[in-house]
Ligand binder design. Structure first.
Ligand code: F6P
Length: 548
Protein backbone atom coordinates (compact mmCIF):
# COMPACT_ATOMS: atom_id res chain seq x y z
CA UNK A 1 0.00 0.00 0.00
CA UNK A 2 1.24 3.47 -0.88
CA UNK A 3 -0.10 5.08 2.27
CA UNK A 4 0.08 4.12 5.93
CA UNK A 5 -2.90 2.25 7.30
CA UNK A 6 -4.98 4.26 9.79
CA UNK A 7 -3.68 2.34 12.82
CA UNK A 8 -0.07 3.02 11.82
CA UNK A 9 -0.39 6.80 12.09
CA UNK A 10 0.38 9.15 15.00
CA UNK A 11 -3.16 10.55 14.62
CA UNK A 12 -4.65 7.13 15.45
CA UNK A 13 -2.85 7.02 18.80
CA UNK A 14 -3.76 10.63 19.51
CA UNK A 15 -7.40 9.83 18.75
CA UNK A 16 -7.28 6.88 21.16
CA UNK A 17 -5.96 9.12 23.94
CA UNK A 18 -8.44 11.86 23.15
CA UNK A 19 -11.28 9.36 23.12
CA UNK A 20 -10.47 8.25 26.66
CA UNK A 21 -10.14 11.80 27.93
CA UNK A 22 -12.94 13.61 26.12
CA UNK A 23 -14.57 11.42 23.47
CA UNK A 24 -16.26 8.86 25.67
CA UNK A 25 -17.54 11.39 28.25
CA UNK A 26 -18.76 13.93 25.66
CA UNK A 27 -22.31 15.00 26.42
CA UNK A 28 -24.16 16.51 23.49
CA UNK A 29 -26.66 18.35 25.65
CA UNK A 30 -23.86 20.09 27.52
CA UNK A 31 -21.98 20.73 24.30
CA UNK A 32 -24.99 22.57 22.85
CA UNK A 33 -25.57 24.46 26.11
CA UNK A 34 -21.92 25.54 26.18
CA UNK A 35 -21.63 26.54 22.55
CA UNK A 36 -24.46 28.48 20.89
CA UNK A 37 -22.64 28.20 17.56
CA UNK A 38 -22.29 24.40 17.59
CA UNK A 39 -25.04 23.67 15.05
CA UNK A 40 -23.64 26.19 12.60
CA UNK A 41 -20.02 25.21 13.14
CA UNK A 42 -20.78 21.55 12.54
CA UNK A 43 -22.99 21.94 9.48
CA UNK A 44 -21.74 21.53 5.94
CA UNK A 45 -23.15 22.36 2.56
CA UNK A 46 -22.41 20.25 -0.49
CA UNK A 47 -24.18 20.32 -3.86
CA UNK A 48 -27.91 19.68 -3.26
CA UNK A 49 -27.28 18.45 0.30
CA UNK A 50 -27.14 20.31 3.59
CA UNK A 51 -25.71 18.25 6.45
CA UNK A 52 -26.16 18.89 10.15
CA UNK A 53 -23.35 16.95 11.80
CA UNK A 54 -23.67 18.74 15.14
CA UNK A 55 -25.62 16.00 16.94
CA UNK A 56 -22.63 13.71 16.62
CA UNK A 57 -20.31 12.73 19.44
CA UNK A 58 -17.35 14.80 18.38
CA UNK A 59 -15.71 18.07 19.28
CA UNK A 60 -13.14 20.41 17.77
CA UNK A 61 -10.24 18.23 18.95
CA UNK A 62 -11.62 14.96 17.64
CA UNK A 63 -12.45 16.61 14.34
CA UNK A 64 -9.00 18.06 13.97
CA UNK A 65 -7.36 14.74 14.89
CA UNK A 66 -9.57 12.98 12.35
CA UNK A 67 -8.46 15.49 9.74
CA UNK A 68 -4.88 14.76 10.72
CA UNK A 69 -5.66 11.06 10.27
CA UNK A 70 -6.98 11.77 6.77
CA UNK A 71 -3.80 13.64 5.90
CA UNK A 72 -1.50 11.00 7.38
CA UNK A 73 -3.37 8.35 5.38
CA UNK A 74 -2.80 10.51 2.27
CA UNK A 75 -6.50 10.54 1.53
CA UNK A 76 -6.37 13.39 -0.98
CA UNK A 77 -3.63 11.80 -3.09
CA UNK A 78 -5.48 8.48 -3.06
CA UNK A 79 -8.76 10.13 -4.05
CA UNK A 80 -6.97 11.86 -6.92
CA UNK A 81 -5.44 8.54 -8.02
CA UNK A 82 -8.89 6.95 -8.16
CA UNK A 83 -10.40 9.84 -10.08
CA UNK A 84 -7.49 9.78 -12.53
CA UNK A 85 -8.12 6.15 -13.37
CA UNK A 86 -5.19 4.51 -11.62
CA UNK A 87 -5.75 0.79 -10.90
CA UNK A 88 -6.94 1.29 -7.32
CA UNK A 89 -8.68 -2.10 -7.32
CA UNK A 90 -5.51 -4.22 -7.32
CA UNK A 91 -7.05 -7.61 -6.58
CA UNK A 92 -8.98 -7.39 -9.84
CA UNK A 93 -6.36 -5.23 -11.59
CA UNK A 94 -8.90 -2.54 -12.41
CA UNK A 95 -9.42 1.18 -12.31
CA UNK A 96 -12.50 2.49 -10.51
CA UNK A 97 -14.18 5.09 -12.66
CA UNK A 98 -17.89 5.30 -12.00
CA UNK A 99 -17.25 9.06 -11.77
CA UNK A 100 -16.35 9.02 -15.49
CA UNK A 101 -19.90 7.87 -16.26
CA UNK A 102 -21.34 11.17 -15.08
CA UNK A 103 -18.67 13.55 -16.35
CA UNK A 104 -19.90 15.88 -19.11
CA UNK A 105 -18.96 15.07 -22.69
CA UNK A 106 -15.28 15.73 -23.35
CA UNK A 107 -14.36 15.58 -19.68
CA UNK A 108 -12.99 12.70 -17.67
CA UNK A 109 -11.45 9.42 -18.78
CA UNK A 110 -13.13 7.32 -21.49
CA UNK A 111 -15.45 10.19 -22.39
CA UNK A 112 -15.98 9.07 -26.00
CA UNK A 113 -16.98 5.51 -25.07
CA UNK A 114 -19.15 6.66 -22.20
CA UNK A 115 -21.07 9.22 -24.22
CA UNK A 116 -21.44 6.97 -27.26
CA UNK A 117 -23.32 4.40 -25.15
CA UNK A 118 -25.20 7.06 -23.19
CA UNK A 119 -26.43 8.85 -26.32
CA UNK A 120 -27.42 5.59 -27.99
CA UNK A 121 -29.19 4.37 -24.87
CA UNK A 122 -31.07 7.62 -24.38
CA UNK A 123 -32.14 7.67 -28.04
CA UNK A 124 -33.54 4.15 -27.50
CA UNK A 125 -35.26 5.37 -24.32
CA UNK A 126 -36.96 8.25 -26.07
CA UNK A 127 -38.14 6.01 -28.91
CA UNK A 128 -39.69 3.54 -26.44
CA UNK A 129 -41.30 6.30 -24.36
CA UNK A 130 -42.69 8.05 -27.42
CA UNK A 131 -44.61 4.91 -28.38
CA UNK A 132 -45.80 3.94 -24.92
CA UNK A 133 -49.25 5.38 -25.58
CA UNK A 134 -49.65 3.65 -28.98
CA UNK A 135 -51.78 0.46 -29.13
CA UNK A 136 -48.73 -1.81 -29.42
CA UNK A 137 -46.24 0.43 -27.56
CA UNK A 138 -44.17 -0.85 -24.66
CA UNK A 139 -45.94 -0.30 -21.35
CA UNK A 140 -44.13 -2.73 -19.06
CA UNK A 141 -40.41 -2.64 -18.39
CA UNK A 142 -39.05 -5.66 -16.51
CA UNK A 143 -35.51 -5.34 -15.23
CA UNK A 144 -34.01 -8.75 -14.56
CA UNK A 145 -30.83 -8.35 -12.53
CA UNK A 146 -29.51 -8.71 -9.00
CA UNK A 147 -27.20 -6.83 -6.62
CA UNK A 148 -25.76 -3.82 -8.36
CA UNK A 149 -27.72 -4.67 -11.50
CA UNK A 150 -30.96 -4.28 -9.57
CA UNK A 151 -30.68 -2.29 -6.36
CA UNK A 152 -29.77 1.07 -7.89
CA UNK A 153 -32.61 1.17 -10.45
CA UNK A 154 -34.99 -0.39 -7.95
CA UNK A 155 -34.18 2.37 -5.48
CA UNK A 156 -34.16 5.29 -7.94
CA UNK A 157 -37.35 4.59 -9.91
CA UNK A 158 -39.77 4.88 -6.95
CA UNK A 159 -37.73 7.77 -5.53
CA UNK A 160 -38.41 9.72 -8.72
CA UNK A 161 -42.01 8.62 -9.05
CA UNK A 162 -43.08 12.21 -9.72
CA UNK A 163 -40.96 12.14 -12.90
CA UNK A 164 -42.03 8.79 -14.27
CA UNK A 165 -43.89 8.22 -17.55
CA UNK A 166 -47.57 7.78 -16.67
CA UNK A 167 -48.05 4.91 -19.11
CA UNK A 168 -44.92 2.93 -18.32
CA UNK A 169 -44.86 0.50 -15.45
CA UNK A 170 -41.50 -0.59 -14.06
CA UNK A 171 -41.01 -4.05 -12.59
CA UNK A 172 -37.93 -5.54 -10.98
CA UNK A 173 -37.11 -9.22 -10.76
CA UNK A 174 -33.98 -10.26 -8.90
CA UNK A 175 -34.40 -13.31 -6.70
CA UNK A 176 -33.77 -16.82 -8.00
CA UNK A 177 -36.93 -17.67 -6.08
CA UNK A 178 -39.72 -18.07 -8.64
CA UNK A 179 -42.01 -16.23 -6.25
CA UNK A 180 -40.32 -13.07 -7.48
CA UNK A 181 -40.87 -13.44 -11.21
CA UNK A 182 -44.25 -15.23 -11.30
CA UNK A 183 -46.36 -12.40 -9.81
CA UNK A 184 -44.67 -9.98 -12.23
CA UNK A 185 -45.30 -12.16 -15.29
CA UNK A 186 -48.94 -12.46 -14.27
CA UNK A 187 -49.39 -8.72 -14.74
CA UNK A 188 -47.73 -8.47 -18.16
CA UNK A 189 -48.89 -8.37 -21.74
CA UNK A 190 -46.14 -10.00 -23.83
CA UNK A 191 -46.72 -7.70 -26.80
CA UNK A 192 -46.27 -4.62 -24.63
CA UNK A 193 -43.36 -5.75 -22.47
CA UNK A 194 -39.67 -5.01 -22.68
CA UNK A 195 -37.34 -7.27 -20.69
CA UNK A 196 -33.95 -5.89 -19.73
CA UNK A 197 -31.45 -8.58 -18.83
CA UNK A 198 -29.05 -6.62 -16.64
CA UNK A 199 -25.84 -8.30 -15.63
CA UNK A 200 -22.30 -7.02 -15.68
CA UNK A 201 -20.94 -10.54 -16.18
CA UNK A 202 -23.98 -12.12 -17.85
CA UNK A 203 -23.24 -15.27 -15.86
CA UNK A 204 -25.00 -14.61 -12.56
CA UNK A 205 -27.09 -17.65 -11.62
CA UNK A 206 -30.20 -15.76 -10.49
CA UNK A 207 -30.31 -13.43 -13.47
CA UNK A 208 -29.71 -16.14 -16.05
CA UNK A 209 -32.37 -18.36 -14.49
CA UNK A 210 -34.92 -15.53 -14.48
CA UNK A 211 -34.00 -14.52 -18.03
CA UNK A 212 -34.60 -18.09 -19.23
CA UNK A 213 -37.99 -18.18 -17.51
CA UNK A 214 -38.89 -14.79 -18.99
CA UNK A 215 -37.96 -15.99 -22.47
CA UNK A 216 -39.94 -19.21 -22.09
CA UNK A 217 -42.95 -17.20 -20.87
CA UNK A 218 -42.58 -14.74 -23.74
CA UNK A 219 -42.40 -17.48 -26.39
CA UNK A 220 -45.47 -19.15 -24.92
CA UNK A 221 -47.50 -15.98 -24.59
CA UNK A 222 -46.59 -13.84 -27.58
CA UNK A 223 -48.14 -16.06 -30.22
CA UNK A 224 -47.11 -16.11 -33.86
CA UNK A 225 -43.71 -14.65 -34.67
CA UNK A 226 -42.50 -14.90 -31.06
CA UNK A 227 -38.93 -16.00 -31.96
CA UNK A 228 -38.44 -13.02 -34.23
CA UNK A 229 -40.06 -10.68 -31.67
CA UNK A 230 -37.42 -11.49 -29.07
CA UNK A 231 -35.15 -8.93 -30.74
CA UNK A 232 -37.69 -6.18 -30.00
CA UNK A 233 -38.70 -7.33 -26.52
CA UNK A 234 -35.36 -8.29 -24.92
CA UNK A 235 -32.37 -6.02 -24.46
CA UNK A 236 -29.23 -6.55 -22.41
CA UNK A 237 -27.09 -4.22 -20.31
CA UNK A 238 -23.74 -5.90 -19.76
CA UNK A 239 -19.99 -5.91 -20.24
CA UNK A 240 -20.31 -9.37 -21.80
CA UNK A 241 -21.83 -8.59 -25.18
CA UNK A 242 -20.90 -12.05 -26.59
CA UNK A 243 -22.82 -13.88 -23.87
CA UNK A 244 -25.84 -11.65 -24.46
CA UNK A 245 -25.65 -12.45 -28.17
CA UNK A 246 -25.51 -16.19 -27.39
CA UNK A 247 -28.69 -15.70 -25.36
CA UNK A 248 -30.24 -14.28 -28.54
CA UNK A 249 -30.25 -10.61 -27.58
CA UNK A 250 -29.27 -8.24 -30.35
CA UNK A 251 -29.87 -4.86 -28.69
CA UNK A 252 -27.15 -4.43 -26.12
CA UNK A 253 -25.89 -1.45 -24.14
CA UNK A 254 -22.41 -2.08 -22.84
CA UNK A 255 -20.24 -0.85 -20.03
CA UNK A 256 -16.76 -1.56 -18.79
CA UNK A 257 -14.84 -3.52 -16.17
CA UNK A 258 -13.90 -0.27 -14.41
CA UNK A 259 -17.53 0.13 -13.35
CA UNK A 260 -18.16 -1.90 -10.20
CA UNK A 261 -21.58 -3.59 -9.97
CA UNK A 262 -22.67 -1.54 -6.95
CA UNK A 263 -21.49 1.65 -8.65
CA UNK A 264 -23.17 0.93 -11.97
CA UNK A 265 -26.54 2.69 -11.96
CA UNK A 266 -24.92 5.55 -13.89
CA UNK A 267 -24.00 3.20 -16.74
CA UNK A 268 -26.26 1.19 -19.06
CA UNK A 269 -27.49 -0.50 -15.87
CA UNK A 270 -29.46 2.73 -15.44
CA UNK A 271 -31.57 1.89 -18.51
CA UNK A 272 -34.73 1.08 -16.48
CA UNK A 273 -34.30 4.41 -14.70
CA UNK A 274 -33.99 6.30 -17.97
CA UNK A 275 -37.00 4.48 -19.42
CA UNK A 276 -39.04 5.49 -16.39
CA UNK A 277 -37.96 9.13 -16.04
CA UNK A 278 -36.81 10.01 -19.57
CA UNK A 279 -33.54 11.08 -21.14
CA UNK A 280 -33.36 14.61 -19.74
CA UNK A 281 -34.12 13.55 -16.18
CA UNK A 282 -31.51 10.79 -16.46
CA UNK A 283 -28.97 13.37 -17.59
CA UNK A 284 -29.98 15.50 -14.60
CA UNK A 285 -29.34 12.52 -12.31
CA UNK A 286 -25.85 12.21 -13.79
CA UNK A 287 -25.29 15.96 -13.48
CA UNK A 288 -26.26 15.93 -9.80
CA UNK A 289 -23.78 13.12 -9.15
CA UNK A 290 -21.11 14.98 -11.11
CA UNK A 291 -21.64 18.09 -8.98
CA UNK A 292 -21.00 15.96 -5.89
CA UNK A 293 -17.93 14.44 -7.60
CA UNK A 294 -16.53 17.93 -8.03
CA UNK A 295 -17.17 18.75 -4.40
CA UNK A 296 -15.46 15.48 -3.39
CA UNK A 297 -12.52 16.22 -5.69
CA UNK A 298 -12.00 19.87 -4.77
CA UNK A 299 -13.47 20.83 -1.39
CA UNK A 300 -10.87 21.06 1.36
CA UNK A 301 -10.97 18.12 3.73
CA UNK A 302 -12.63 20.10 6.54
CA UNK A 303 -15.50 21.11 4.23
CA UNK A 304 -15.63 17.91 2.21
CA UNK A 305 -18.90 16.24 3.18
CA UNK A 306 -18.20 12.68 1.99
CA UNK A 307 -14.81 12.74 3.66
CA UNK A 308 -16.22 14.17 6.90
CA UNK A 309 -18.84 11.42 6.97
CA UNK A 310 -16.16 8.79 6.29
CA UNK A 311 -14.07 10.16 9.17
CA UNK A 312 -17.09 10.07 11.45
CA UNK A 313 -17.68 6.45 10.46
CA UNK A 314 -14.13 5.53 11.51
CA UNK A 315 -14.47 7.49 14.75
CA UNK A 316 -17.68 5.63 15.61
CA UNK A 317 -16.61 2.17 14.51
CA UNK A 318 -13.09 2.09 15.89
CA UNK A 319 -13.15 4.39 18.92
CA UNK A 320 -16.76 4.39 20.13
CA UNK A 321 -17.12 0.74 19.08
CA UNK A 322 -20.51 1.23 17.39
CA UNK A 323 -21.19 -1.73 15.14
CA UNK A 324 -24.14 -0.51 13.15
CA UNK A 325 -25.69 2.59 11.63
CA UNK A 326 -29.36 3.11 10.90
CA UNK A 327 -30.53 5.09 7.88
CA UNK A 328 -33.94 6.70 8.15
CA UNK A 329 -35.06 8.45 4.98
CA UNK A 330 -38.12 10.54 5.77
CA UNK A 331 -39.41 10.15 2.22
CA UNK A 332 -41.42 7.11 1.20
CA UNK A 333 -39.85 7.24 -2.27
CA UNK A 334 -36.51 6.44 -0.63
CA UNK A 335 -37.80 3.24 0.96
CA UNK A 336 -35.26 1.14 -0.93
CA UNK A 337 -32.34 3.39 -0.03
CA UNK A 338 -31.32 1.32 3.03
CA UNK A 339 -31.17 -1.85 0.89
CA UNK A 340 -29.17 -0.04 -1.75
CA UNK A 341 -26.77 1.30 0.89
CA UNK A 342 -26.36 -2.15 2.39
CA UNK A 343 -24.75 -3.39 -0.78
CA UNK A 344 -22.84 -0.17 -1.36
CA UNK A 345 -21.29 -0.08 2.07
CA UNK A 346 -21.20 -3.66 3.29
CA UNK A 347 -20.05 -5.23 0.01
CA UNK A 348 -17.42 -2.49 -0.30
CA UNK A 349 -16.09 -2.35 3.25
CA UNK A 350 -17.13 -5.64 4.85
CA UNK A 351 -13.56 -6.98 4.77
CA UNK A 352 -11.11 -8.31 7.35
CA UNK A 353 -7.81 -7.93 5.49
CA UNK A 354 -6.20 -4.78 4.17
CA UNK A 355 -5.41 -4.14 0.53
CA UNK A 356 -2.13 -6.06 0.95
CA UNK A 357 -3.92 -9.06 2.45
CA UNK A 358 -2.78 -8.40 6.03
CA UNK A 359 -5.37 -9.25 8.70
CA UNK A 360 -6.91 -6.15 10.27
CA UNK A 361 -6.79 -5.58 14.01
CA UNK A 362 -9.82 -3.24 13.96
CA UNK A 363 -13.45 -3.27 12.86
CA UNK A 364 -14.53 -2.21 9.39
CA UNK A 365 -18.00 -1.86 7.81
CA UNK A 366 -20.81 -1.32 10.27
CA UNK A 367 -24.12 -3.06 9.67
CA UNK A 368 -26.20 -0.60 7.68
CA UNK A 369 -29.94 -0.92 8.04
CA UNK A 370 -33.09 1.09 8.16
CA UNK A 371 -36.55 1.85 6.94
CA UNK A 372 -38.41 4.89 5.69
CA UNK A 373 -39.69 7.24 8.37
CA UNK A 374 -42.14 7.38 9.99
CA UNK A 375 -42.65 3.61 9.54
CA UNK A 376 -39.42 2.77 11.37
CA UNK A 377 -40.63 4.73 14.41
CA UNK A 378 -43.38 2.17 14.91
CA UNK A 379 -41.02 -0.76 14.59
CA UNK A 380 -37.44 -0.51 15.84
CA UNK A 381 -37.03 3.04 17.13
CA UNK A 382 -37.83 1.71 20.61
CA UNK A 383 -34.43 0.04 20.52
CA UNK A 384 -32.70 3.15 19.16
CA UNK A 385 -34.04 5.18 22.08
CA UNK A 386 -33.82 2.74 24.97
CA UNK A 387 -31.85 -0.30 23.80
CA UNK A 388 -28.51 -1.22 25.35
CA UNK A 389 -26.54 -0.40 22.18
CA UNK A 390 -25.89 3.04 20.79
CA UNK A 391 -26.69 3.16 17.09
CA UNK A 392 -25.95 6.36 15.21
CA UNK A 393 -28.89 7.31 13.02
CA UNK A 394 -28.80 9.12 9.71
CA UNK A 395 -31.96 11.08 8.99
CA UNK A 396 -32.70 12.25 5.47
CA UNK A 397 -35.40 14.87 5.06
CA UNK A 398 -36.72 16.65 1.98
CA UNK A 399 -38.03 20.19 2.44
CA UNK A 400 -40.62 20.27 -0.34
CA UNK A 401 -42.85 17.38 -1.31
CA UNK A 402 -43.35 16.49 -4.98
CA UNK A 403 -46.34 14.43 -6.08
CA UNK A 404 -46.06 14.57 -9.89
CA UNK A 405 -47.78 16.57 -12.59
CA UNK A 406 -51.31 15.14 -12.23
CA UNK A 407 -53.52 17.86 -10.68
CA UNK A 408 -54.89 17.10 -7.23
CA UNK A 409 -58.12 18.47 -5.71
CA UNK A 410 -57.58 21.43 -3.40
CA UNK A 411 -58.71 19.54 -0.29
CA UNK A 412 -56.24 16.77 -1.07
CA UNK A 413 -53.42 19.26 -1.54
CA UNK A 414 -54.21 20.84 1.82
CA UNK A 415 -54.19 17.42 3.47
CA UNK A 416 -50.89 16.53 1.86
CA UNK A 417 -49.28 19.80 2.99
CA UNK A 418 -50.34 18.96 6.51
CA UNK A 419 -48.94 15.43 6.17
CA UNK A 420 -45.63 16.78 4.94
CA UNK A 421 -45.35 19.10 7.95
CA UNK A 422 -46.07 16.12 10.19
CA UNK A 423 -43.42 14.06 8.41
CA UNK A 424 -40.75 16.72 8.89
CA UNK A 425 -41.73 17.35 12.51
CA UNK A 426 -41.42 13.62 13.19
CA UNK A 427 -37.99 13.54 11.62
CA UNK A 428 -36.65 16.42 13.70
CA UNK A 429 -38.34 15.11 16.85
CA UNK A 430 -36.58 11.76 16.59
CA UNK A 431 -33.12 13.32 16.37
CA UNK A 432 -34.02 15.62 19.22
CA UNK A 433 -35.32 12.76 21.39
CA UNK A 434 -32.26 10.60 20.73
CA UNK A 435 -29.99 13.39 21.86
CA UNK A 436 -32.04 14.91 24.65
CA UNK A 437 -33.27 11.76 26.29
CA UNK A 438 -35.25 12.01 29.50
CA UNK A 439 -33.94 11.64 33.03
CA UNK A 440 -35.67 9.54 35.67
CA UNK A 441 -36.34 12.76 37.61
CA UNK A 442 -38.07 14.25 34.58
CA UNK A 443 -40.06 11.06 34.12
CA UNK A 444 -41.06 11.14 37.82
CA UNK A 445 -42.49 14.59 37.33
CA UNK A 446 -44.73 13.46 34.48
CA UNK A 447 -48.09 11.76 34.46
CA UNK A 448 -48.10 8.26 32.95
CA UNK A 449 -51.80 7.53 32.50
CA UNK A 450 -51.27 4.21 30.71
CA UNK A 451 -48.81 2.80 33.26
CA UNK A 452 -50.01 0.05 35.61
CA UNK A 453 -51.37 1.46 38.87
CA UNK A 454 -49.87 -1.45 40.80
CA UNK A 455 -46.30 -0.30 40.10
CA UNK A 456 -44.41 2.23 42.17
CA UNK A 457 -43.80 5.68 40.67
CA UNK A 458 -40.04 5.11 40.56
CA UNK A 459 -40.36 1.82 38.69
CA UNK A 460 -42.62 3.44 36.11
CA UNK A 461 -40.22 6.38 35.79
CA UNK A 462 -37.30 4.05 35.17
CA UNK A 463 -39.14 2.44 32.29
CA UNK A 464 -39.87 5.92 30.96
CA UNK A 465 -36.27 7.09 31.20
CA UNK A 466 -34.32 7.69 27.98
CA UNK A 467 -30.52 7.70 28.27
CA UNK A 468 -30.19 10.31 25.50
CA UNK A 469 -26.83 11.50 24.18
CA UNK A 470 -27.44 9.25 21.17
CA UNK A 471 -25.89 10.62 17.99
CA UNK A 472 -27.51 11.40 14.67
CA UNK A 473 -26.74 13.13 11.41
CA UNK A 474 -29.43 14.95 9.44
CA UNK A 475 -29.12 15.35 5.68
CA UNK A 476 -31.51 17.85 4.10
CA UNK A 477 -32.48 18.10 0.46
CA UNK A 478 -34.55 20.98 -0.80
CA UNK A 479 -36.53 18.74 -3.19
CA UNK A 480 -36.09 15.14 -4.23
CA UNK A 481 -35.23 15.64 -7.90
CA UNK A 482 -33.11 13.63 -10.32
CA UNK A 483 -30.23 16.04 -9.63
CA UNK A 484 -30.50 15.97 -5.85
CA UNK A 485 -30.88 12.20 -5.79
CA UNK A 486 -27.80 11.87 -8.02
CA UNK A 487 -25.86 14.06 -5.61
CA UNK A 488 -27.09 12.11 -2.58
CA UNK A 489 -26.08 8.75 -4.04
CA UNK A 490 -22.66 10.06 -5.09
CA UNK A 491 -22.23 11.45 -1.57
CA UNK A 492 -22.72 7.94 -0.17
CA UNK A 493 -20.38 6.39 -2.74
CA UNK A 494 -17.57 8.75 -1.81
CA UNK A 495 -18.21 8.43 1.90
CA UNK A 496 -17.88 4.65 1.61
CA UNK A 497 -14.66 5.15 -0.31
CA UNK A 498 -13.33 7.49 2.41
CA UNK A 499 -13.93 5.09 5.31
CA UNK A 500 -12.64 2.17 3.23
CA UNK A 501 -9.49 4.07 2.30
CA UNK A 502 -8.86 5.01 5.93
CA UNK A 503 -9.27 1.36 6.91
CA UNK A 504 -6.76 0.43 4.20
CA UNK A 505 -9.25 -1.75 2.30
CA UNK A 506 -9.81 -2.51 -1.32
CA UNK A 507 -13.42 -1.28 -1.35
CA UNK A 508 -13.96 -2.42 -4.91
CA UNK A 509 -13.69 -6.20 -4.87
CA UNK A 510 -16.18 -8.66 -3.33
CA UNK A 511 -14.48 -12.01 -2.85
CA UNK A 512 -16.72 -12.66 0.12
CA UNK A 513 -19.62 -13.58 -2.16
CA UNK A 514 -17.67 -16.37 -3.91
CA UNK A 515 -17.60 -19.21 -1.37
CA UNK A 516 -21.37 -19.45 -1.03
CA UNK A 517 -21.74 -19.39 -4.82
CA UNK A 518 -19.22 -22.23 -5.22
CA UNK A 519 -20.81 -24.37 -2.50
CA UNK A 520 -24.21 -23.78 -4.06
CA UNK A 521 -23.03 -25.21 -7.37
CA UNK A 522 -21.68 -28.25 -5.55
CA UNK A 523 -24.91 -28.74 -3.61
CA UNK A 524 -27.31 -28.23 -6.49
CA UNK A 525 -26.69 -31.62 -8.19
CA UNK A 526 -26.99 -33.38 -4.84
CA UNK A 527 -30.67 -32.35 -4.73
CA UNK A 528 -31.12 -34.65 -7.72
CA UNK A 529 -28.74 -37.44 -6.73
CA UNK A 530 -29.21 -37.44 -2.97
CA UNK A 531 -25.46 -37.84 -2.53
CA UNK A 532 -24.58 -36.73 0.99
CA UNK A 533 -20.95 -37.84 0.97
CA UNK A 534 -18.44 -35.46 2.50
CA UNK A 535 -21.11 -33.07 3.82
CA UNK A 536 -21.17 -31.86 7.40
CA UNK A 537 -23.92 -33.42 9.55
CA UNK A 538 -26.14 -30.35 9.60
CA UNK A 539 -26.09 -29.67 5.86
CA UNK A 540 -26.56 -33.40 5.10
CA UNK A 541 -29.60 -33.64 7.41
CA UNK A 542 -31.17 -30.48 6.01
CA UNK A 543 -30.64 -31.63 2.44
CA UNK A 544 -32.18 -34.99 3.23
CA UNK A 545 -35.26 -33.33 4.76
CA UNK A 546 -35.67 -31.02 1.78
CA UNK A 547 -35.49 -33.95 -0.63
CA UNK A 548 -37.93 -36.08 1.34
O1 F6P B 1 -23.16 -10.53 -5.35
C1 F6P B 1 -22.00 -10.31 -6.04
C2 F6P B 1 -22.18 -9.51 -7.28
O2 F6P B 1 -21.06 -9.72 -8.06
C3 F6P B 1 -22.38 -8.02 -7.04
O3 F6P B 1 -21.22 -7.35 -6.77
C4 F6P B 1 -23.03 -7.63 -8.32
O4 F6P B 1 -23.60 -6.36 -8.23
C5 F6P B 1 -24.03 -8.75 -8.47
O5 F6P B 1 -23.33 -9.90 -8.03
C6 F6P B 1 -24.57 -8.96 -9.85
O6 F6P B 1 -23.58 -9.25 -10.75
P1 F6P B 1 -23.84 -9.18 -12.32
O7 F6P B 1 -24.19 -7.76 -12.64
O8 F6P B 1 -22.57 -9.62 -12.96
O9 F6P B 1 -24.99 -10.09 -12.63
Amino acid sequence: MLAPRCDQTPAWNALATHFDLAGRPLDLREAFARDAGRAQALSLTAPEVFADLSKNLWDATSRSLLLQLARECRLEARRDAMLAGEPVNPTEGRAVLHTALRAPKGQGPFSDEVHEVLDRMLAFVEAVRAEAGAPDGIRHIVNIGIGGSDLGPQMVVPALDAWTHPQIQSHFVSNVDGHDIVPVLRRLDARRTLFIVASKTFTTQETMANAEVARAWFLARYGEGAEAAIARHFVATTTNIEAAARFGITTTFGFWDWVGGRYSLWSAIGLPIALAIGAQAFRDLLAGAHAMDRHFAHAPLEANLPIQLGLLDVWYRNFHGFTSRSVAPYHQGLKRLPAYLQQLEMESNGKCVDVDGAPLPYGTSPVVWGEAGTNGQHAYFQMLHQGTDVIPVEFIAVRHAEYGPAPLPEAVRAGLADQHAKLLANCLAQGQALMQGKTTEEALGEKAPTASKSLGALTVARHRTFPGNRPSTTLLLDRLTPASLGALIALYEHRVWASGALWGLNSFDQWGVELGKALCSQLLPRFATGDLSGLDGSTAALLQRLRA
